[in-house]
Design a protein around this ligand. Structure first.
Ligand code: ZN
Length: 301
């Protein structure tokens, strides 16, 4: 056995795409696959089993799966996954049955935060927060190197209320920061301003930097509600660092840097995440190594 290099499989279930890759102990990714995520329950479950089967190899010891939505970090259940109809699905049991591999699920933002902290070799001390800006807004908490879940669901920062009124959120309330500062919200702001559907946020940032007031106004409307949410997080938790990740993390970090701060009370230790779109898969594969290692120890013991 010993000569075979161990690998783990990471699965990142995103707003529109599912990404799967195999990772070795050095952190390099191989056999990367990405495809549109199946929206119906049975379609998703068979897609998951198929992709893990495609990517695994004989040395694969475990699988980690990042899920967008409400995942119970303490007990491991899926309570809701947004538009994906997989509430209550037991993915580790499914994978154990169909592939024989040990698996663990986590909220996707937790996977991304663990990957960032691992890559930076920074996270062992103090509190790190992650906000992921994509279709919605996700969040995660790392305390002294370990994910912190509260009773199971802590870190749903997209549902910090930042305004009276506004569009109705998926959670049933109004005023959540997700409805103002997500990628979906940015698309709506750009459409409202008459910009073509293929206009990219990078172009908007470049125009704003060049002095275009209309572009600057769109970016401010997008980023200001998130800044309010971040100030609330700082007031409540005093984190050492706040990483902004997800597909639009880098753009959001630049948009935040443009905003005047009304108060100096709350230092904003904001940084753009560095791993980009791979963060979720890397964090998931790290979880795969953990759960696979634990399963092997259990057998040996
Ligand atoms: Zn909400």
């Amino acid at each position: 056995m010993g000569a075979r290099a161990e690998t783990a499989v990471g699965v990142d279930v995103g707003g529109t795409r599912i990404r799967v890759a195999r990772m070795d102990r050095d952190g390099s990714l191989a056999a990367k696959v990405a495809e549109p995520v199946a929206r119906d329950r049975d379609g998703f479950l068979s897609q998951l089993v198929r992709l893990v089967g495609e990517v695994r190899e004989p040395g694969t010891i475990g699988v980690g799966i990042g899920i967008p939505g409400r995942v119970d970090g303490v007990r491991g259940g899926i309570h809701s996954a947004g538009y994906l109809d997989i509430a209550g699905a037991d993915l580790p049991a499914l994978l154990a049955r169909e592939t024989g591999l040990a698996a663990r699920i986590e909220n996707d933002a937790t996977m991304a935060l663990v990957a960032e902290a691992h890559a930076r070799q920074d996270g062992a001390a103090g509190t790190l927060l992650m906000l992921t800006i994509g279709t919605g807004i996700g969040g995660a908490v790392l305390v002294d190197g370990a994910p912190w879940y509260g009773g199971g669901f802590a870190g749903q920062f997209g549902h910090i209320v930042v305004a009276e009124g506004g569009p109705t959120c998926n959670c049933g309330r109004t005023g959540c920061v997700e409805t103002f500062s997500s990628g979906t919200a940015l698309g709506e702001l750009m459409a409202e301003a008459g910009l073509p559907a293929d206009c990219r946020v990078e172009a908007l940032l470049a125009r704003a930097e060049a002095g275009d007031a209309a572009a600057a106004a769109i970016l401010a409307r997008w980023a200001l509600p998130l800044q309010r949410a971040i100030e609330t997080l700082v007031a409540a938790m005093d984190p050492r660092k706040i990483l902004i990740g997800g597909g639009l993390g880098g753009a959001m970090a630049l948009a935040l840097a443009r905003i005047e701060r009304p108060s100096r009370w709350f230092a904003l230790p904001v940084e753009a995440a560095r791993l980009g779109d791979d963060a979720g898969v890397i964090g998931a594969a790290l979880a795969g190594f953990e759960v696979g290692g634990a399963a092997a120890e259990g057998l040996a013991g």
